[in-house]
Design a protein around this ligand. Sequence first.
Ligand SMILES: [Zn+2]
Ligand SMILES: [Zn+2]
Length: 350
Amino acid sequence: MHISLSNLAFKTPQLFPLHQPIFPPKLLHHQVSTQSHVNVLKGSGYLSEISKKIDNEEQYRIARSQVNRKVLDLEGYSIEGLSVGGQETCIIIPEFKCNFDIGRCPSRAINQNFLFITHAHLDHIGGLPMYVASRGLFNLKPPTVFVPPCIKEDVEKLLDIHRTMGQVELNAEVVALDVGETYEIRNNLVVRPFRTQHVIPSQGYVVYSIRKKLRKQYAHLNGKQIEKLKKAGAEITDTILSPEVAFTGDTTPDFMLDPCNSDALRAKILITEATFLDDSFSIDHARQRGHTHLFEIIANAEWIRNKAVLLTHFSPRYTIEDIRQAASKLQSRLSAKVVPLTEGFKSMYT
Ligand SMILES: [Zn+2]
Ligand SMILES: [Zn+2]
């Protein structure tokens, strides 16, 4: 398994209205002096001077965001976002142009065209109106928002209330996607919800890649023969669905015992939760709240066939050190592939 934490260069959209750029003192000084010389510069190219300053500031802003951007490279996917139990969960996978849940609305989430909502707790859906509004503000195409069918009507109502209150257009396609259904998000990528177990209706999602593979019975043929068969209208390929990433949202570990969920447990990456980590809270405490205790992940290790497991949604009472220490207690065959998402947590040293 390849895991690394890196700060990667990327292009951000123009996000000025929501984000005040943080200018270094030097630039601020230049900005002021530019303004004080406006009259002098008038008629002698001052506009190009100003646009040069704006370019500098934009470059500085992009450089800052690159330094601050934290990306987890897991199995060929660059995963961003944060997940703090009860506060906010949003996992971003740029390769799929998608977000899983949107408790608040991190700026990187705005770029993604698809949003998959697991359930209606505020720490997973609270950022939805802001996400839709921000995409409109930046002239990005209306997002497609997938929700469990039982909340679709309420999600539409929620957006309607914001349209009325704010007198704004909020354009989004809200799609009710049920367990067992398949949706093609692009020609080589589909998504399927799967059942999870939480205190309110919930579902996870598996994203599959699709590829065509030559049927075994034609494997011995050469290119010309295959071409001939194709022209004759023969079906020469099989469609292979490979589960790439599974996201559970909030759930007890019982989802692992459902035979229909085997794809979630063999996807390259499983993103799941471990809200409680140690003896200060019992497994019963976690179960009553529809969550997973780390001890239960240990107990169910045999079902986890994924190449990488990203653990999320830790209770905010834990520090980064608590989380790392708890993860280090996993059995060796699990610890090699488990990565805790500590973004958004405090260190005991700060
Ligand atoms: Zn939650
Ligand atoms: Zn929840």
